[in-house]
Design a protein around this ligand. Structure first.
Ligand SMILES: Cc1cc2nc3c(=O)[nH]c(=O)nc-3n(C[C@H](O)[C@H](O)[C@H](O)COP(=O)(O)OP(=O)(O)OC[C@H]3O[C@@H](n4cnc5c(N)ncnc54)[C@H](O)[C@@H]3O)c2cc1C
Length: 357
C-alpha cells in the first residue's frame, strides 16, 4: 500500500493523514469545505470523558489512550507549526455527582486521580452537593489545534484539497477504484472515510453504512477576567471551560435536528441560565458569540475504526460522537493497526466495521 485518500479534514482526518504519511504513504486529503472548520473546530476541547464511570470499557480505553498521547501530540504540533494548541492540564470539578461512592470507586479502580477541591472552587462547591475534583483532566483549544494540524500537514507534504467534496465512491469488484469530486476523480491504493457526521451519507451506497448521525451541539463564549475560573466545571450535563486568556466556554446542547447547524435562542437561554447559576460572577462577563457544530453521533459513543466488511481498500475512522478530540490520537493508532499492522495497545475488536443488519 503506497498511497491513501482521506475523505474529510477534521481532527480525525488530519491526524490520520499525518500518521499515515509518517508511516511512508503518499497522502491526499479531500475536504468539502476548509479543513478543521466543522465539529473539530466547534468542540470545547475537554480531553476527557465527561463522566467516565458512565461509559463502557471500549469508550474508556480509547479516551484514556488518547489522553495519554495528547501531551506529546500537542508538543509535536506546536513544534511543527509554531502554533500553540494550548494543551493545559487544568483539572475538572464535577459538582452534584450522582452516586458519588460508585464514581469514586470507579476512579480508584481505573487509576483516575481524585484530589481535594482547589480553594478557588470552594465557594462554588458550597451550593453543590457531592463534588469530585479530577486534577489530571486537561484541555486543548480547538481552533488552535486545527490550525496547527493544518500547518503541520502541509509542512509534512500532505496534499490538502479543500473545497473538494467526495460525491461518490466508484466501486469495482471488491475495491474502491476512485472517488468522484467536482474537480475530477481521485484514486489511491486505499481510501479512509473521516467525514464526521457526514460519514454514513457518503457510505450509503456501499451496503454497510455505519450508524453515524449528526447531533448538534451549541456553545456560548463569554469573556471574563483571566483566572476567574480555576479549572473545568461540570454540573448536570453542562460545563464551563476556562481558556488561559479569560474566555470561558459554556456548553453544550445535545440536539437531534439533522444537518441543521444554526444557533438558537433556546440554546442561548439554556446555556446562559446554566453559566449564571453555576457562577453568578459571569453575569458581568461579555457575551462574545454563540456557535453550533455537528457531532458524529454513534450508539454508545463507540466509534467505527476499521475496514469495510466487503471492500478491501476502504476504511472508516468516524463516529467518535462527544469525544472525537480526546480520542483522535488513539483512533489514529487503531486505524494504522488495521491498515498497516502496526502495534496498538488497546483491544481493537470493539471498533470493527460491523456488517449492516
Ligand atoms: C459543541 C461541541 C462540543 C464538543 N466538545 C468536545 C470536547 O470537549 N472533547 C472532545 O473530545 N470532543 C468534543 N466534541 C466532539 C468532537 O468535536 C468530535 O467528536 C470531533 O471533532 C469529530 O471529528 P471528526 O474529524 O471525526 O469530524 P469533523 O470535525 O466534523 O470533520 C469531518 C470533516 O469531513 C468533511 N466532510 C464531510 N463530508 C465530506 C465529503 N463528502 N467530502 C469531503 N469532506 C467531507 C467536513 O467538512 C469536515 O471538515 C464536541 C463537539 C461539539 C459539536
Amino acid at each position: 500500500m503506497n498511497s491513501c485518500l482521506i475523505l474529510g479534514g477534521g481532527i480525525n482526518g488530519l491526524l490520520s493523514a499525518l500518521m499515515l504519511q509518517q508511516a511512508g504513504l503518499e497522502v491526499h486529503v479531500l475536504e468539502q469545505g476548509v479543513t478543521g472548520r466543522a465539529s473539530s473546530w466547534a468542540g470545547a476541547g475537554i480531553l476527557s470523558l465527561l463522566l467516565p464511570w458512565n461509559y463502557g470499557l471500549e469508550v474508556n480505553a480509547l479516551a484514556r489512550r488518547g489522553q495519554a498521547l495528547w501531551p506529546e501530540w500537542a508538543e509535536r504540533l506546536r513544534a511543527a507549526s509554531g502554533i500553540d494548541p494550548e494543551y493545559i492540564p487544568c483539572g475538572m470539578a464535577v459538582l452534584d455527582v450522582e452516586h458519588r461512592d460508585r464514581a469514586r470507586a470507579w476512579c480508584d479502580a481505573h487509576g483516575e486521580a481524585v484530589a481535594q477541591l482547589p480553594f478557588a472552587f470552594a465557594h462554588m462547591a458550597e451550593t453543590a452537593g457531592n463534588v469530585l475534583w479530577l486534577p489530571n483532566v486537561a484541555q486543548a483549544r480547538n481552533p488552535r489545534v486545527m490550525r496547527a494540524l493544518r500547518a503541520a500537514a502541509l509542512r509534512a507534504g500532505i496534499a490538502l484539497h479543500e473545497h473538494t467534496p467526495a460525491t461518490r465512491l466508484h466501486i469495482e469488484g471488491a475495491r474502491v477504484a476512485g472517488v468522484e469530486t467536482p474537480r475530477g476523480v481521485f484514486s489511491a491504493d486505499s481510501v479512509v472515510v473521516t467525514a464526521g457526521a457526514w460519514s454514513a451519507r457518503l457510505l450509503a451506497e456501499t451496503g454497510h453504512a455505519p450508524t453515524i448521525t449528526p447531533v448538534r451541539g451549541q456553545i456560548i463564549l463569554l469573556k471574563a477576567e483571566p483566572n476567574l475560573l480555576p479549572g473545568i466545571l461540570y454540573r448536570h450535563g453542562h460545563y464551563l471551560v476556562p481558556r488561559a486568556d479569560g474566555f470561558i466556554l459554556a456548553g453544550s446542547t445535545l440536539e437531534e435536528v439533522g444537518f441543521d447547524q444554526t444557533t438558537t435562542p433556546q440554546a442561548r437561554t439554556e446555556l446562559l441560565d446554566f453559566a449564571y447559576s453555576a457562577m453568578p460572577a459571569l453575569r458581568r462577563a461579555e457575551i462574545v458569540t454563540q456557535w453550533a457544530g455537528l457531532r458524529p453521533g454513534s450508539p454508545g459513543n463507540v466509534p467505527t475504526i476499521g475496514r469495510h466488511p466487503e471492500l478491501e481498500n476502504l476504511y472508516l475512522n468516524s463516529g467518535h460522537f462527544r469525544y472525537g478530540v480526546t480520542m483522535a490520537p488513539a483512533a489514529g493508532e487503531v486505524l494504522l493497526h488495521r491498515m498497516l499492522g502496526t502495534a496498538v495497545s488497546v483491544d481493537v475488536a470493539p471498533y470493527a466495521w460491523k456488517c449492516a443488519a
